[in-house]
Write a protein that binds this ligand. Structure first.
Ligand SMILES: [Mn+2]
Length: 331
């Protein structure tokens, strides 16, 4: 797969890298590392994200490579720029959000690089996926490291490390393999600071975020004898706390902390009025199956979905699906 990816990148002089809407540390980290690699080879690489890069990921872009998608302005003709358009850390074109329109209109070769579990990706000319990888950053590392045996550029090492940290939940999730630790060890030996990375990624809460967490924890619901736990956040909650949707990050980890919980969920209302769920499974329940039923997906132990229905109705439907899946998987 990586040989195919390498050949694909070799065939295209101008590579546009994008990731899923609301970029995370892995999508951004993998894209930055790959851009650093391509630029060092003398290729043209751009990274466009939507919406803008979150505050806590800015340290991954010290060179200012990342462009916030501006469809009415500088990116009006974005579709015409690339020879290849590579979606990083997702394998469903619509997950690009507003960037999808340009993606649809480009004559560039369209490809994806991803580690999420999905059916065969649709809508691409080439796909580079490996569900066994912990993170997209792991795939980029595997692509880059053999051809760069010496010291890695600092930007690249930092970006790859942040990607691993993000998708393994600080080396806590079940995708934390011996290989992940070996890669991390290599990157730390290159000069990456684990504590500084953790502080930059996660120790960034605002008072509004803590107030929102307090309010959300007050909504805690327990079902099935405490095996399913969830919290709910409405747009009114966000407003009351002066919080933003970015402040919901990591909130789903709170109900997951409960002893005896098999599945934890965060239900929220999106800015465009849809309902959203983030599901986390302790180990045995496949929440990817649940989310796919609602048009979403992700991994077996971490998935999400959105639906155009009122939050209360969505909670009822997802709860029924989760309890059904738990009955199957915990039998
Ligand atoms: Mn990822």
């Amino acid at each position: 797969m990586l040989d195919r990816l390498s050949a694909f990148l070799d065939r295209h002089a101008r590579v546009l890298l994008t990731t899923h809407e609301n970029p995370d540390g892995d999508g951004v980290g993998a894209a930055v590392a790959l851009a650093a690699h391509l630029k060092a080879l003398g290729r043209q690489a751009r990274i466009v994200v939507t919406p803008a890069l979150p505050e806590n990921l800015r340290f991954l872009d010290p060179e200012g490579w990342i462009e916030a998608h501006d469809p009415g302005g500088v990116h009006r003709d974005l579709a015409a720029w690339p020879d290849a358009w590579l979606l990083v850390d997702a394998s469903e074109p619509h997950r690009m959000g507003p960037l999808f329109t340009a993606f649809e209109g480009t004559t560039a070769a369209r490809a994806c690089l991803d580690h999420h579990l999905k059916d065969a990706p649709q809508g691409f000319d080439a796909e580079f996926t490996d569900a066994a990888a912990s993170a997209s950053a792991e795939l980029v590392y595997d692509l880059v490291r053999p051809v760069r045996p010496g010291p890695l550029p600092a930007v690249m090492a930092q970006a790859l490390y942040a990607g691993l940290v993000s998708d393994t939940g600080n080396f806590r999730h079940s995708n934390t393999t011996p290989k992940v630790h070996r890669i991390a060890a290599d990157l730390i030996a290159q000069g990456v600071h684990p504590a500084r990375t953790f502080n930059a990624l996660y120790q960034t809460a605002t008072p509004a975020k803590l107030r929102l967490f307090g309010r959300a924890l007050g909504s805690l619901s327990l079902k099935d004898g405490g095996r399913f736990a969830y919290v709910t956040v409405t747009r009114a909650d966000l407003t009351a706390c002066g919080a933003t949707h970015e402040d919901l990050d990591e909130l789903v980890e709170e109900p997951r902390k409960l002893r005896g919980v098999e599945v934890a969920a965060l239900f929220s209302e999106t800015a465009d009025g849809r309902s959203k769920v983030s599901l986390r499974s302790r180990e045995r329940v496949d929440v990817n199956v649940v989310c796919r039923r609602f048009g979403g997906g992700g991994h077996r132990l971490a998935s999400g979905a959105k639906a155009a229905m009122p939050l209360g109705e969505f909670v009822t439907q997802v709860e029924a699906a989760v309890l059904g899946q738990m009955a199957t998987d915990l039998a």
